[in-house]
Design a protein around this ligand. Structure first.
Ligand code: SF4
Length: 323
């Protein structure tokens, strides 16, 4: 009797995945601040939405707070990659805090657009998730002008002052496809709606969605490494399900993977959100290899080569140190 060869089990790993330039810059800002000034360094909110990154920085002396009022006067506070409203900057200045602004430059770009359109008397339809820190920061640039549109279902109810003077902007980490649908529904309701000067959904969010689409079409299961409060990571799960995966799960790390997810699966797709260190992906690969998924292929959809300089407050001091 001939024994049947076992079915080959493989992993398709999406590229690009993991850290984007904005997250890399924000995490480095806290690390360099700890090196340059010593602990404690206060950080308003999670510097990036990843549990492991936050825990690692905490172990090195970062103290995460919800609001600047929790930071002692004259201490150093870092603002997270998601950005803050002008009110937070003013409060920090009033309390004489030394600030390092690690807001991603691509979030700052949306803030600038919000300010500019508000100054030109436009109402701004901001497509984004209610309560997300980035949305709160952007809306805070022109609270009297910004109307939040949280998904396609909100299109019918949003109220504006003047439908002839209207622009839409968005959170940087949304689903590209869903946002396109939301915008076209908004344009049915408001035919004079103006587009932003350039994409607000950032290059990293877009590229990770393109890459996950490619592996989702060829995998029964797509595992997305990322934390549950990470908007771009959650969107990757949705995009994978919309583009061919039978199942998709968000996991903080390999320990969250359930063996039953792998039953009957021959091809697993793997990717990670923009705030996820590569070591967590390596941990998932090792976990899968131990369960027979040793054949690994990386599928590169887009070549990424973006870097941002460290926040200027830090660059200034680091230059002095190394001079
Ligand atoms: S996901 Fe995009 S907007 Fe957010 S930090 Fe990364 S590059 Fe910046």
């Amino acid at each position: 009797m001939t024994s049947q060869a076992p079915t080959p089990r493989r992993v398709l790993v999406a590229k690009p995945r993991g850290y984007c330039a904005g997250v890399d810059r924000a995490v480095q800002a806290v690390e360099k601040a700890l090196e340059r000034y010593g602990a404690p360094i206060y950080v308003r909110k999670q510097i990036v939405h990843n549990t492991h990154v936050v825990k690692t920085l905490e172990e090195r002396g970062a103290v995460f707070v919800d609001e600047t009022e929790e930071v002692p006067e004259d201490a150093i506070v870092v603002f997270s990659a998601h950005g803050v409203s002008p009110a937070v900057h003013h409060e920090a200045a009033r309390r004489r805090l030394r600030t390092i602004d690690a807001t991603c430059p691509l979030v700052t770009k949306v803030h600038n657009e919000a300010r500019r359109f508000a100054a030109q008397d436009y109402d701004i339809l901001l497509i984004g998730h209610e309560g997300h820190e980035e949305v709160e920061g952007t809306a805070g640039e022109a609270p009297e002008r910004v109307r939040l549109v949280d998904g396609i279902d909100a299109v019918g109810t949003v109220q504006v002052k003047d439908p002839s003077r209207l622009v839409w902007l968005s959170q940087t980490t949304l689903s590209v496809d869903e946002t396109t649908q939301t915008v076209s529904r908004l344009k049915e309701r408001f035919p004079n709606l103006l587009d932003p000067p350039s994409d607000d959904i950032c290059y990293a969010t877009q590229n990770r969605q393109v890459a996950v689409k490619e592996i989702a079409a060829r995998a029964q299961l797509v595992i997305v490494v990322g934390s549950s409060n990470s908007s771009n990571s959650k969107r990757l799960v949705e995009v994978a399900l919309d583009h061919g995966a039978d199942a998709s799960h968000l996991v903080d790390d390999a320990s969250f993977i359930k063996d039953e997810w792998l039953e009957g699966v021959t091809t697993v797709g793997l990717t990670s959100g923009a705030s996820v260190p590569e070591e967590l992906v390596a941990g998932v690969l090792a976990h899968l290899a131990a369960r027979g998924f040793a054949d690994v292929e990386e599928i590169e959809s887009v070549h990424e080569n973006v870097r941002f300089a460290l926040p200027h407050e830090l660059r200034k001091d680091l230059r002095v140190t190394t001079a």
